[in-house]
Design a protein around this ligand. Structure first.
Ligand SMILES: [Zn+2]
Ligand SMILES: [Zn+2]
Length: 477
C-alpha cells in the first residue's frame, strides 16, 4: 500500500506491524522526483553508514531499495531516508513491503530496470549550476577550470537530454561521451560529490564547443573547432564589437548581444523580424543586476534558485540597458547564468547581454544543430555550438511576482519547471485524460491516475514547426 508523504505518515508505517527482530528482506519503493537528483548515491551512503546489506536501483516507477534486516531497522532506515533526501528530490509516495528472503554480502547500486514511464515517477527538470560547481568553474587549480559543461549530482541538464526512463547516462545524450579514468574514479568513489553522477565529464573526455562564422546567411566552420579558450575569447570579442552570437544553451539556441548597445539591439530586432516585443537580459551576477534594478527578496531567490527563470523586475531610470530592449515598458525580464557556458560568457563580458530564444519570430526555439546553422546564420554573426544533443527543447521560464502580496505568477512554464507538477488531489481513475491549452501559448497536460504532466510552453500553433514540435513532445511522453 502506497503511503502519501505528509506529516505523521512515518509513524503510520512504523506502527503497521508488530515489531520483530528476526531478519527479513524488505523492499522500499519511492516515487516522485527521485531520479537524476543523486538519490541512489544517497541511499548507498546511508546504507553503508548503517552497516546494512542490499541493493538500490532506478526503475520506471522510481527508486527501489532492497534490504535484509530486522523490521525495526527497516522502518527506522526508511524514516531517516525520508528525513534526509537530496535537496532536489521530492518523494511523493513510498511503500515498505516484505519480500522473499534474500541474503546479501554488501550494499550495492545495481543495474536499472528498464520500462516505460509509469504512474508516479516524475520527469526530473533541468537544474541550474550549483554553487559548488560554480566555484570549481572559476578555480584555476581545479581540473574543470573554465570547462563549460561542469555538472554534479545536484545540477545540470536532465529533462532536456533524457531519451527514456529510467534516468541513466545510457538513456541520455551523454551516452556518447565515455568517461576518462579521472572521471570514472570520481564516479566510483562513494565519498566524492560526483559519485554515480550520470552527467559526469571533464575537458579530457567531455563535450566540445564549435564556432561558426556566418557570412551571407551561410555558417562557416573554424579550424579551431575544439579550442574552448579560443572560442570563448572569440565570443567575448564579438559581443564587445556589437555582434550577435547564437549560443547553444540547455533547452535550445539563444541569441546574445550587448544589451547596452542600441545599435546591436536594433540590428537583432531587424534580423529577427521582431520590432517591439521585449527581450530578456542576462546579467553576469546578482550584484550587477541590483545596481541597475530594484530586486525584491522573492525575485532574487527565484533568480538564484535551481530553476533560474527569467524574472520581471523594475529597472532604475539610470539603467545602462539600451531603450529598444523593452520599449515603452516599466519592467524588464532578467536572468542570471544558469548553465556554465552562459556563466563563462556573461562573466567574461561583465555587462548585461540580451538573451532571447534563437528562432524565427513565431516559431519554436531552435535546438538542432543543422537547423541552427541554416536558420540562425541569417540572424547571427557567429554561432557557438557544442556536441551534446538536446532531446527536448525548452525556452527559459518566465515569472513575475504580484506587487502587493509578492505571489509568484508563472507567465511561461518551461525550463526548470517542466515535468514536476503536483496533481494537488486531481485524479483520473478510469482513463488517461489529455487536455490542450490555448492556441497561441500552447501546452498540454496529461493526467494518468494521480500523475499530472504539464508540458513546457510550446508556442503558437499557427506555425507549422510549432505543430511538429508539439507532436514530438507529446510522443516523447
Ligand atoms: Zn553542481
Ligand atoms: Zn573526464
Amino acid at each position: 500500500m502506497w503511503v502519501e508523504t505528509a506529516e505523521n505518515t512515518i509513524q503510520q508505517v512504523v506502527s503497521q506491524k508488530p515489531v520483530s527482530f528476526e531478519e527479513q528482506t524488505y523492499g522500499i519503493r519511492l516515487t516522485g522526483i527521485v531520479q537524476g537528483v543523486g538519490f541512489r548515491p544517497f541511499v548507498y551512503q546511508l546504507a553503508h553508514e548503517w552497516g546494512l546489506t542490499g541493493t538500490v536501483s532506478n526503475g520506471p516507477e522510481g527508486v527501489k531499495v532492497v534490504l535484509t534486516t530486522d523490521q525495526t531497522t527497516a522502518n527506522r532506515f526508511l524514516e531517516t531516508l525520508l528525513a534526509n533526501t537530496p535537496p532536489q528530490a521530492l518523494v511523493e509516495k513510498y511503500e515498505l513491503e516484505s519480500l522473499p528472503f534474500c541474503s546479501f554480502q554488501t550494499f550495492k547500486i545495481i543495474k536499472s530496470q528498464a520500462g516505460k514511464l509509469t504512474n508516479g515517477l516524475k520527469l526530473t527538470p533541468d537544474f541550474a549550476m550549483c554553487s559548488s560547481c560554480r566555484a570549481e568553474l572559476h578555480d584555476p587549480q581545479n581540473r574543470r577550470f573554465r570547462y563549460p559543461f561542469i555538472t554534479c549530482t545536484q545540477c545540470g541538464p536532465r529533462y532536456s537530454i533524457q531519451r527514456a526512463v529510467p534516468y541513466d547516462r545510457a538513456q541520455t545524450t551523454m551516452q556518447v561521451f565515455e568517461m576518462c579514468p579521472a572521471c570514472l574514479d570520481e564516479y566510483n568513489d562513494p565519498n566524492h560529490r560526483r559519485f554515480y553522477s550520470q552527467t559526469n565529464s571533464c575537458p579530457t573526455c567531455g563535450i566540445q564547443l564549435g564556432w561558426y562564422t556566418c557570412r551571407q546567411a551561410t555558417a562557416y566552420s573554424s579550424s579551431f573547432l575544439h579550442d574552448t579558450h579560443w572560442i570563448l575569447d572569440r565570443a567575448h570579442r564579438a559581443l564587445k564589437a556589437g555582434k550577435i552570437v547564437a549560443v547553444k544553451g540547455i533547452g535550445g539556441y539563444l541569441l546574445l548581444c550587448d544589451a547596452t548597445n542600441e545599435s546591436a539591439v536594433a540590428t537583432l530586432r531587424e534580423r529577427k523580424h521582431r520590432p517591439t516585443k521585449p527581450f530578456a537580459v542576462l546579467y553576469p551576477t546578482l550584484d550587477v543586476l541590483q545596481r541597475e534594478a530594484t530586486v525584491s527578496v522573492q525575485e532574487s531567490d527565484a533568480l538564484l534558485s535551481s530553476v533560474a527563470p527569467i524574472v520581471l523586475v523594475r529597472p532604475h531610470t539610470t539603467t545602462s540597458i539600451a531603450p529598444s530592449v523593452n520599449p515603452g515598458l516599466t519592467h524588464l525580464g532578467v536572468m542570471l547564468p544558469y548553465a556554465p557556458l552562459l556563466e563563462l560568457i556573461a562573466h567574461d563580458f561583465g555587462k548585461p547581454l540580451v538573451a532571447t530564444s534563437g528562432n524565427r519570430s513565431g516559431s519554436p526555439i531552435i535546438f538542432k544543430d543543422a537547423d541552427a546553422l541554416t536558420e540562425l546564420s541569417q540572424v547571427a554573426d557567429f554561432i557557438l555550438t557544442h556536441n551534446r544533443e538536446i532531446v527536448l527543447p525548452q525556452d527559459d521560464s518566465v515569472l513575475r511576482f504580484s506587487s502587493f502580496y509578492a505571489k509568484q505568477i508563472v507567465l511561461r512554464r518551461s525550463r526548470g519547471l517542466t515535468g514536476s507538477v503536483n496533481a494537488n488531489g486531481l485524479t483520473s481513475t478510469t482513463s488517461i485524460q489529455l487536455s490542450f491549452g490555448a492556441s497561441q501559448k500552447s501546452t498540454f497536460t496529461l493526467l494518468a491516475a494521480d500523475n499530472l504532466h504539464t508540458s513546457q510552453y510550446l508556442g503558437d500553433l499557427e506555425d507549422w514547426e510549432t505543430q511538429t514540435h508539439f507532436k514530438h513532445t507529446l510522443q516523447h511522453l
